[in-house]
Design a protein around this ligand. Structure first.
Ligand SMILES: Cc1ncc(COP(=O)(O)O)c(C=O)c1O
Length: 361
């Protein structure tokens, strides 16, 4: 068998989305991935454990009915948005939702638009689904350029708060895009629970808008792979037609429902992350030659005056078993992205960082 000849013709053109370095051994401080440093609360873990019973032999409820009800009636209720379970679609993490959007709307050759820099999966999905892709460079302050308001295409991906810089786009900006863009507008709010800004209230006005959210980061359930979309019921119906059967696990659904039930505990942990984000940003920006981008997410984007100094910091941090994210792409070489951790771990990071400033700044 000649495997090369059996692969799809454009196989070599697809750029695989590569997850970050993950040591899989104890003793590392991993600030290079935006996981929540706090485990799910004991009561949530207990509810998941209780659900490990004879039901594991059964297929899960196929549409996540109870979870959709919980999201719409409890979680979205104060967000001035659509609150019917038929406005919600559940999938395997935000990534699963994003892929399902592609499956629903994209023909080969359709125009997809996304910004630069942003989450790398939009490019990978465009390549897999043979879309034409247009990357629009964000302004130097990571705001959306004026040219974005006259764009034409089938679908635009907007990540808000945007990975890697962390800032959310205002609803004035999103509203303007929804008004003028002729296709589907996808707002990926994977980090949306770490700030007050959300485009959810715009859903009542715009039928071309899909908001994607997840339980991975703010609800500490990354391993469970639960994401959801909120949109007009016609969009949700179409997305259901092409999704894989039983796309969300039984335990995942139970875990997400439990998180919503005990959301006050979850929000308390997120408040700690938000106040630590402020502390880290203020502390790091006091050093000469270092500035910190404003962030609405659970990470901060730190700029060094010089690329080589930034790399020296990253290498030395790694020697001390601390991983931060370096995005080796044009315009981003001077930056490191740091995920906010617990106060103790953040102190550990700050102590090492301070030593390095004496060496390199
Ligand atoms: C912008 C963005 N969207 C989606 C995801 C994936 O989220 P999930 O774990 O829910 O699939 C990530 C994770 O890194 C992300 O940064």
């Amino acid at each position: 068998m000649d495997l090369e000849n059996l692969l799809r013709e454009d196989f070599d053109k697809i750029e695989q989305y590569l997850p970050r370095e993950q040591p899989f051994e104890a003793g590392w401080l991993e600030l290079n991935i935006n996981e929540n440093p706090y485990p799910p609360s004991r009561v949530i873990l207990d509810e998941i454990k209780m659900a490990i019973n004879e039901k594991l032999r059964l297929y899960p409820e196929p549409t996540g009915k109870d979870l959709r009800k919980m999201i719409s009636s409890v979680f979205l209720v104060d967000k001035k948005t659509l609150t019917n379970p038929n406005n919600i679609f559940i999938d395997n993490g935000a990534d699963g939702v994003l892929e399902n959007i592609m499956k629903t709307f994209i023909n080969p050759g359709d125009q997809i638009i996304y910004f630069y820099p942003t989450y790398g999966l939009y490019k990978t999905l465009s390549l897999i689904y043979k879309a034409k892709k247009k990357e629009i460079k964000l302004n130097d302050d990571f705001s959306i350029p004026e040219s974005a308001y006259s764009l034409k295409g089938k679908l635009i991906f907007i990540n808000s708060p945007n990975n890697p810089n962390g800032k959310a786009f205002s609803n004035d900006v999103i509203l303007k895009i929804c008004k003028y863009f002729p296709g589907i507008v996808v707002i990926d709010e994977t980090y949306g629970d770490f700030c007050q800004t959300t485009a959810l209230p715009l859903l009542k006005e715009f039928k071309n808008l899909i908001i994607v959210r997840t339980f991975s980061n703010s609800f500490s359930l990354a391993s469970m792979r639960i994401g959801y979309a909120v949109a007009n019921d016609k969009i949700i119906k179409a997305m259901n037609k092409v999704r894989l059967p039983y796309n969300v696990s039984y335990l995942g659904q139970i875990a997400a429902i439990s998180c919503i039930k005990h959301r006050d505990l979850v929000f308390k942990q997120n408040h700690k992350i938000i106040s630590e984000r402020k502390r880290l940003s203020e502390t790091l920006s006091k050093y000469n030659g270092i500035s910190v981008e404003p962030s609405d997410a659970n990470f901060i984007f730190v700029k060094f005056s010089d690329k080589s100094i930034c790399l020296k910091f990253i290498w030395d941090l790694k020697e001390k078993k601390v991983l931060v994210r370096h995005i080796s792409q044009p315009g981003l070489y001077q930056y490191m992205r740091i995920t906010i951790n617990t106060p103790d771990n953040n102190n550990k990071f700050l102590d090492i960082f301070d030593e390095l400033t004496k060496k390199y700044l």
